[in-house]
Design a protein around this ligand. Structure first.
Ligand code: BES
Ligand code: MN
Length: 905
């Protein structure tokens, strides 16, 4: 077994950055007890807070508020209305550019994009059954959709909106601002720009014979479509701009759904003296009668509330397909939105007004009981959740305790709010909001106001899934950059301690930190099988991972704070989310779920290091010294690489090795002035460059003697795997894959010089950092020897008075697995089941120093399951991980840990 040697020529260790490694060995500082494993809080200072601090009166940035953002989606146009179906876990968004977008509330992926109207989709309503959706548009049409859900293979849900009815009016009613539905009488009602309210009974359909081309929406109207002097036509677009993404279904090209014409007797032309902005229905009026002060005449079962640009809220009784005006509540200012609150003995109506105020009406007495000003300008939307009133204004969203007098608190969202919707799913209260910057945000209301968190979540799987994301958030907040110990040693220690406690809290029998001299500790944790079948002893699986990350210093290249986990458009962004904190948590929660449900059938040993990105410094010694504590191991399992593209799941069976070195040339003389002394002696930098030029030939091929002679021959089986890949993955060439995966390469990473680096100084020393990627069956010790010998010989040939020093900074052996072993078979099947397609076997050009070492140390085989996609950007800016991949890998691992047998040896 190759000893891990840090230096080859000289016995000191220097990082690529030139930073000397002097780490205190004393164990971590700890605010561990307060770390709150069940509710990790985010302790980083986000740089994005600055943008929010512009208006300090609106800035309340408690951790709870920032952490309350569950997800954020973006579109290329504004989203103007929203509804959610918690039963189906779906979010529907109506867009300014005529689409309905559908998002998955479990995986956060976009599922569908449907061209719904020929203008903006201005309002949406979901029937209580959550299978019928109503949309109203600026094309003056109301459309009714059947929501159909199916599973596309195993991988993704598919949602379709099947248009069932299109409702039009012969009158030109302009934009449709509000739509609602009375279930008991199967009546659709909608309020429009021309101040009318129309309604249609769906049971008794008046058959329309209109030609869609001649519908009001397709006619020019002098009032609605006129262009003022010098103005532009921003009204009803017949061909809206096309979207940028996704599956797009143009239902307008499908056979037209049933056309229904609104009977003229069902149009209340001047329901208001202004636009009808909002409509609500109180159904089943019997139950509410006492709340409404006994003032509603007996015969009405359903009450309609409408809010208009005339400042009036009207209460209408609905019976026998007739609307009867019962009450008018004057607000003096245009009423833009309505929200009802029904308590045990009260019924309250909140009206959002155009002057920035909210009026609160008691509907038992029809008295205005409170009015408060929140902002200047429109109150565009209101939403009541858990006794919290959320108020959407031009300045953002604020919340206040409903009913009682209380101050408002602003959420960290400072763009004009266009729409809100609240719902409860799996016991958790959510709010979803759309803002003028084209984004939609999903908030956890319980996090916004923990005092509201009365209902405990009893759904096991959703608890652990949410918990996994919460813990990932915490993990990302630790800046565990192993290459910069001077800056981040405390963060790395805290992260290691956090992990140790996490393992313990999730059920590990043993969870300890193994100190590493001059480096970050290794976390060792063991879960014991609850039960095991068929064998004398359970198999013992070792999960290898790392909690350290590569630096993220160029923050301008990042769109978000690299150390604050940020969920956007189905992805999570943050340094280390894919490499390697996300995959680590997928494995941990897979095991923890099994353990908690009493079904863990193997011993799971987690060995998580904090120096992988620095060449796994110290890891091998620590593992060798603690071999007994770790115990016997049957399989090594890890996930620390990526798919070949973004679509096809992969299994990895090979990695290149690496030998990294620093090459320094120095002179006995100090830095000198190039004008005064230039030309007198040989310059170290020039010697170094001459030396480096000998490493590759003109075509870039590595020039070390005997370097290529041991490379493993290409077998038929292997060629077959490459052919399979190029058949399935578009845009990849066999030659390029082979060059990256099975051929060696040499890179010069950096050349740096002593002195100030200005153009008048001759540096007295120059250093290059280089690395060589190795492949099977190159011997690492042999390559190190060849490299040093070759450099020394070339240096001698330079006949210079300067000196050379070569230091090996880190090394990793190449790794190649047997794709036919039991573990790959189990994984292959589990990947097929999870993704609904056949995975491909791939290799990688990158290196993981510990894999081959662990195989040799525990006399077992390693299997490698990539988690992330090719576009994850590991080591680069905007590193990310698709949430679906994290969930799927967790599920795949749940069925893998239990199925790996003991080794046959
Ligand atoms: N996850 C990578 C390994 C990797 C890189 C896999 C590229 C697939 C493609 C790992 O965290 C890593 O960065 N390894 C280093 C190791 C080195 C410091 C010895 C590498 O490959 O540079
Ligand atoms: Mn890495």
């Amino acid at each position: 077994m190759a000893e891990q040697k840090r230096t080859y020529v000289n016995a000191y260790y220097r990082l690529n950055s030139g930073e000397e490694r002097k780490l205190p060995l004393t164990s971590s500082s700890g605010d561990l007890s307060s770390m709150g494993m069940m509710h990790p809080t985010n302790s980083t200072n986000s740089s994005r807070d600055d943008s929010l601090a512009s208006d300090s009166s609106k800035t309340e940035l408690s951790d709870d508020l920032r952490n309350s953002i569950v997800h954020r989606w973006t579109h290329n146009q504004s989203i103007v209305c929203l509804v959610c179906s918690p039963k189906n876990g779906l979010l529907f968004c109506g867009t300014q550019d005529s689409y309905i977008l559908i998002f998955d509330l479990i995986t956060f992926q976009k599922l569908s994009k449907i061209k719904a109207h020929s203008g903006s989709v201005l309002c949406l309503h979901l029937a209580d059954c959550e299978t019928i959706l109503f949309s109203g548009g600026s094309d003056s049409l109301v459309k009714i959709w059947n929501i159909s859900l199916s599973n596309k293979g195993h991988s993704q849900r598919e949602v379709n909106l099947l248009p069932t009815h299109t409702i039009y009016s012969l009158l030109d009613i302009g934009d449709i601002f509000s739509v609602t539905w009375i279930e008991s009488t199967k009546t659709v009602l909608f309020g429009a720009q021309n101040a009318s309210i129309s309604y249609v009974h769906l049971g008794k359909i008046t058959k329309g014979n209109a030609d869609p081309a001649s519908m009001p929406s397709n006619r020019y109207d002098r009032f609605f479509d006129s262009i003022g002097r010098g103005g532009s036509d921003c009204s009803r677009q017949s061909t809206p701009p096309s979207g940028d993404f996704g599956e797009e279904i143009d239902y307008q090209s499908l056979p037209v759904s049933r056309l229904i014409e609104v009977p003229s007797c069902n149009i209340i032309s001047y329901a208001h003296n202004g636009y009808v902005y909002a409509m609500n229905v109180i159904s089943n009026i019997d139950a509410h009668k006492s709340l409404l002060g006994g003032t509603i005449p007996e015969e009405f079962n359903d009450i309609i509330l409408s809010g208009g640009g005339d400042g009036v809220v009207k209460l209408w009784g609905f019976k026998d397909n007739k609307m009867t005006l019962l009450r008018s509540l004057d607000n003096s200012e245009p009423v833009l939105c309505l929200e009802m609150q029904e308590g045990d003995n009260y019924c309250t109506l909140y009206c959002g007004l155009a002057n920035g105020s909210v009026n609160v009406w008691d509907l038992s007495t029809y008295q205005l009981v409170r009015s408060f000003e929140v902002d200047k300008g429109d109150i565009g939307c209101l939403s009541l959740s858990q006794n919290l009133l959320f108020i959407g204004t031009q300045g953002g969203i604020c919340k206040k305790t409903a009913i009682t007098e209380s101050p408002v608190t602003w959420l960290p969202s400072h763009n004009s709010c266009l729409a809100m919707y609240n719902f409860k799913m799996n016991g958790v209260y959510y709010l979803v909001s759309a803002s003028i910057d084209n984004s939609v945000t999903l908030w956890n209301v319980s996090m916004i106001d923990r005092s509201c968190n009365k209902t405990q979540n009893n759904n096991e799987s959703s608890v652990s899934i949410n918990m996994m994301i919460e813990v990932l958030k915490k993990m990302i907040s630790f800046k565990t950059v192993s290459k910069q110990p001077a800056r981040y040693i405390d963060q790395s220690r805290k992260c290691a301690s956090f992990l140790r406690l996490l393992f313990k809290n999730l059920g590990a029998v043993k969870s300890v930190l193994l100190p590493v001299a001059d480096a970050n500790p290794v976390v060792l944790a063991t879960f014991q099988a609850n039960k095991h079948s068929n064998h004398d002893k359970p198999s013992r699986i070792l999960w290898y991972g790392h909690y350290d990350v590569i630096e993220a210093d160029h923050t301008d290249a990042w769109s978000t704070d690299p150390f604050e986990l940020t969920p956007i458009n189905g992805y999570m962004y943050g340094r280390g989310v894919s490499d390697n904190k996300g995959p680590l948590l997928a494995a941990l929660y897979a095991v923890a779920d099994l353990f908690k449900s009493n079904s863990l059938e193997c011993d799971a040993v987690f060995l998580i290091e904090g120096e992988e990105e620095s060449g796994s410094y110290g890891f091998q010694d620590v593992v060798k010294n603690n071999k007994d504590l770790i115990g016997d191991i049957d399989w090594v399992l890890l996930s620390n690489s990526y798919w070949l593209d973004d679509n096809i799941p992969c299994l990895n069976y090979g990695l290149r090795g690496v030998v990294a070195a620093s090459v320094e040339v120095w002179s006995d003389k100090p830095d000198r002035h190039s004008g005064v002394d230039g030309g007198v002696s040989r310059e170290p930098t020039i010697d170094l460059i001459n030396l480096l030029s000998k490493l590759n030939d003109d075509s870039g091929k590595v020039c070390l003697p005997n370097f290529h002679s041991t490379i493993r021959e290409l077998g038929d089986d292997e060629l077959h795997l490459y052919e399979q890949i190029t058949k399935k993955v578009k845009g990849v060439e066999i030659d390029e894959l082979m060059t990256k995966w099975r051929l060696p390469s040499l890179t010069i990473h950096r050349v740096y010089v002593s002195g100030p680096g200005n153009s008048t100084v001759i540096p007295h020393a120059a250093t290059a950092t280089i690395s060589i990627r190795l492949v099977p069956n190159q011997d690492i010790d042999e390559v190190k020897r060849i490299l040093v010998d070759y450099l020394s010989k070339c240096f001698e040939d330079l006949h210079t008075e300067n000196h050379l020093k070569v230091v090996i900074t880190h090394e990793a052996e190449p790794w190649l697995a047997d794709t036919k072993n039991v573990a790959y078979k189990v994984l292959y099947k589990n990947l097929q089941d999870a993704w609904g397609m056949d995975p491909i076997f791939i290799r990688e050009g990158g290196s993981i120093p510990s894999i081959r070492f662990l195989e040799k140390t525990f006399n077992c085989e390693a299997v490698h399951l990539p988690t992330g996609q090719a576009s994850d950007n590991a080591h680069l800016s905007n590193e990310r991980l698709r949430i679906t991949n994290l969930y799927k890998v967790k599920e795949i691992l749940k069925s893998t840990f239990n199925k790996l047998p003991c080794k046959m040896i």
